[in-house]
Design a protein around this ligand. Structure first.
Ligand code: G4P
Length: 529
C-alpha cells in the first residue's frame, strides 16, 4: 500500500462527554464492533471514581489504565481507526484540551436525560474554536429522557452548533422501539422485552409504505412519519463539506450499553469522518501528504515503574512516514534524535513498530528530552501551534519539606510540569514557586508522585489568586506598562516558558487593573497571537 493510501485509511478521533454520559461504554462498543476486543468489560474505565480524592492507590491505578487506553487503534472496514482517550474528570480537563490538538474529529456523547452538561460545553467550545468536525451521539435512549427535538434545540443553543439528525428514535424509554437511520434509509428495531437483542436492520426507502404500520404499529408509524417530516422541514440536509469545515454537526441516537445505534454510528463515521488534516505551524500549514516527517508531542506519561525513570512521549504524526532508527530533529533543542523502539498502540497492547503514518500516534521512550508541544521534523525549523496553557483554577505556594532533597524536588517539579500535570509560576519579586492546577486533586497527585518517584517532600500554602493572565503590552517601553509592572510587582510571575503573567487576586482587582491600564491586554491563555 502506498503512502497516500495509508493516509486515506486513517481516522483519528476523540470521544468527549461529561462524566457518566457513556464515553467509556461507547468506546468499548466501538472496539467490539471493530473486532478489537471480544467481550464487553475488556476496556477498563479510565474514570477517576467519585470520592477518590485521597485514594492514592486509585490514582496510580488510574494512571496505569490511562497509559493502556491512551490510544486505542483497530481496523474496521479496511480503515485504521485511532481513538485518543480523553479523561472525563474535570480536574484533568487540561489533559483533554491537549489531546484535542491531536484529533482530526470528535464524537460528542450526550445523555438523553441530562442533556448538555457543563463539561460538554467546555470541551465543545475548544473544538468549535478549532473547527474540528463533530458528530453528536445522544445516548441512553433506553431510558426516559428529553424529547429529541428539544434536545437538538438545546445542543444548538448551549453548544452553538448547527445540527442535522442522521438517525431518529422511534419512541423512547419504555416505548423505545428502535431507530430510523436517515442516512442509510433503514430501520433498526429492538427485539424482545429486554431490549438487548437487535433484529437485523432492514432497508426502508419509502417511509409512507403501509409496511411501516406492520413493523412498528399504527401509532408509532404515524408519529415517526410526522417526526421525519418535521426533521426535513427544520434541519438542513446533511452536507459533508459543512461537517468537515466544522459548521454542521450530524446527530445520531442510540444506546451504547445495549449496542443500539452504535454500528450505524461507526459505519457512517468511517465514511464521512476526515482523514488526517493539515496542521498549522508557526511557519506554515503542513499537509499530511507531504513526504517529510513532522509530528508533535501532545502528551507525556511517566513510567509506572519507579525503577525505570523513562517516560513515554506521545507524538502525533502530521506528515510523512515516521521510521524507526531514523534521525529526527528535535526542533526546540536543536538536537538530532533516533528512536530504536517506537511504540504503536492497539486496543489491548502496544507493540514496537518500524513505521507510522499521518494520523497515527507513536509512543517514544524519553529520558527527559521532551516537553508537551515539542516538534520533530526531518530538519525543517517548524513549531506546531495550538497547545496553549489555560489559566489554572487553583493556586498554592509549594515549599520544600526536606532541605536535604532540594535537588530532587526541583527535578521532580520540573518533570511533572513537562508532563503537563500542573503549571508552575515563579514570582518575580522573590523567586517563590507557585503551582497552578485545574482541580484540587492534582495537588495530592503531585505530592504523592514527588515522594514516590523522586524521594522529595513538599508542603503547600494557600496563595489566593483568581486568575492567571498572560500580559500583552501594546508597547513594553511605555510609561503605563512600566507603572503597571511597578505597582503590581507582588503579583507578577513567569510561567515555565518565561512568559510574564499577572496573578490577579480577585475578579474585582482584575477589572480595576484592566480599567487603569487600558493599553495592556490580559489573556487567560498563554497562546494569544
Ligand atoms: P463515562 O465514560 O462517560 O463517564 O460513562 P460510562 O461509559 O462509564 O457510563 C456511565 C454509566 O452509564 C454506566 O453505569 C454505564 O453502564 C451507563 N450507560 C452507558 N450507556 C448507557 C445506555 O445506553 N443506557 C443506559 N441505561 N445506561 C448506559 P454505571 O452504573 O455508572 O457504571 P457500571 O457500574 O455499569 O460500569
Amino acid at each position: 500500500m502506498n503512502f497516500k493510501q495509508e493516509i486515506q485509511k486513517r481516522r483519528t478521533f476523540g470521544i468527549i462527554s461529561h462524566p457518566d454520559a457513556g464515553k467509556t461504554t461507547l468506546t468499548e462498543k466501538l472496539l467490539l464492533f471493530g473486532g478489537a476486543i471480544q467481550e464487553a468489560g475488556a476496556v477498563k474505565s479510565n474514570k477517576i471514581k467519585k470520592g477518590a480524592t485521597s485514594d492514592f492507590m486509585e490514582i496510580e491505578r488510574q494512571r496505569g489504565i490511562s497509559v493502556a487506553t491512551s490510544v486505542l487503534a483497530f481496523y474496521y472496514k479496511d480503515k485504521k481507526i485511532n481513538i485518543l482517550d480523553t479523561p472525563g474528570h474535570k480536574d484533568f480537563a487540561e489533559d483533554t484540551f491537549r489531546t484535542l490538538t491531536a484529533v482530526d474529529s470528535v464524537i460528542v456523547v450526550i445523555d438523553v436525560a441530562k442533556g448538555v452538561e457543563e463539561q460538554t460545553e467546555k470541551l465543545v467550545e475548544v473544538c468549535r474554536m478549532r473547527n474540528i468536525p463533530m458528530i453528536v451521539f445522544i445516548n441512553k435512549l433506553d431510558r426516559e429522557g428529553k424529547d429529541a427535538f428539544d434536545l437538538m434545540d438545546e445542543v444548538e443553543q448551549k453548544l452553538g452548533l448547527q445540527v442535522t439528525p442522521l438517525s431518529f428514535p422511534i419512541g423512547m424509554g419504555y416505548d423505545f422501539k428502535g431507530i430510523y437511520n436517515i442516512y442509510e434509509k433503514n430501520i433498526l428495531l429492538f427485539q424482545g422485552e429486554n431490549k438487548q437483542q437487535i433484529q437485523e436492520s432492514r432497508s426502508f426507502e419509502d417511509i409512507n409504505s403501509p409496511e411501516l404500520e406492520q413493523l412498528i404499529g399504527g401509532k408509532a408509524a404515524q408519529e415517526l412519519r410526522e417526526h421525519l417530516e418535521l426533521v426535513e422541514g427544520v434541519y438542513p440536509p446533511f452536507d459533508r463539506a459543512a461537517y468537515l469545515a466544522g459548521t454542521q454537526q450530524p446527530v445520531f441516537f442510540g444506546s451504547a450499553l445495549n449496542n443500539f445505534g452504535v454500528k450505524e454510528l461507526l459505519d457512517c463515521f468511517v465514511e464521512i469522518a476526515p482523514t488526517p488534516r493539515a496542521k498549522k505551524s508557526e511557519e506554515r500549514l503542513v499537509a499530511a501528504e507531504e513526504e517529510k516527517m513532522t509530528g508533535f508531542v501532545f502528551k507525556i506519561h511517566a513510567n509506572m515503574d519507579p525503577k525505570h525513570r523513562d517516560r513515554l512521549a506521545f507524538v502525533k504524526i502530521v506528515s510523512g512516514t515516521f521510521e524507526r532508527n531514523k534521525p529526527y530533529l528535535h526542533v526546540r533543542l536543536g538536537k538530532s534524535l533516533k528512536f530504536s523502539s517506537p511504540n504503536a498502540f492497539f486496543a489491548e497492547k502496544k507493540a514496537i513498530i518500524d513505521e507510522s503514518f499521518p494520523g497515527d500516534i507513536v509512543g517514544l521512550h524519553d529520558t527527559g528530552n521532551f516537553k508537551i508541544g515539542d516538534t520533530l521534523t526531518e530538519g525543517e525549523e517548524l513549531h506546531y501551534k495550538g497547545i496553549p496553557s489555560f489559566s489554572p483554577e487553583h493556586f498554592r505556594y509549594i515549599n520544600n519539606a526536606d532541605p536535604m532533597k532540594a535537588k530532587q524536588l526541583a527535578k521532580g517539579i520540573d518533570q511533572l510540569m513537562d508532563e503537563g500535570v500542573a503549571q508552575l509560576f515563579t514570582l518575580e519579586l522573590n523567586g517563590r514557586k507557585i503551582i497552578g492546577t485545574v482541580g484540587a486533586l492534582q495537588y495530592e497527585v503531585i505530592q504523592y508522585r514527588l515522594e514516590h518517584e523522586y524521594g522529595a517532600k513538599c508542603t503547600y500554602e494557600p496563595f489566593p489568586v483568581h486568575k492567571a493572565c498572560w500580559v500583552e503590552p501594546q508597547d513594553p517601553s511605555n510609561e503605563e506598562y512600566q507603572e503597571f509592572l511597578r505597582v503590581k510587582q507582588k503579583f507578577m510571575a513567569r510561567d515555565k516558558r518565561g512568559q510574564l503573567v499577572f496573578l490577579a487576586d480577585s475578579a474585582f482587582s482584575l477589572q480595576m487593573t484592566q480599567q487603569k491600564y487600558p493599553s495592556i491586554r490580559f489573556h487567560f491563555t498563554s497562546e494569544f497571537n
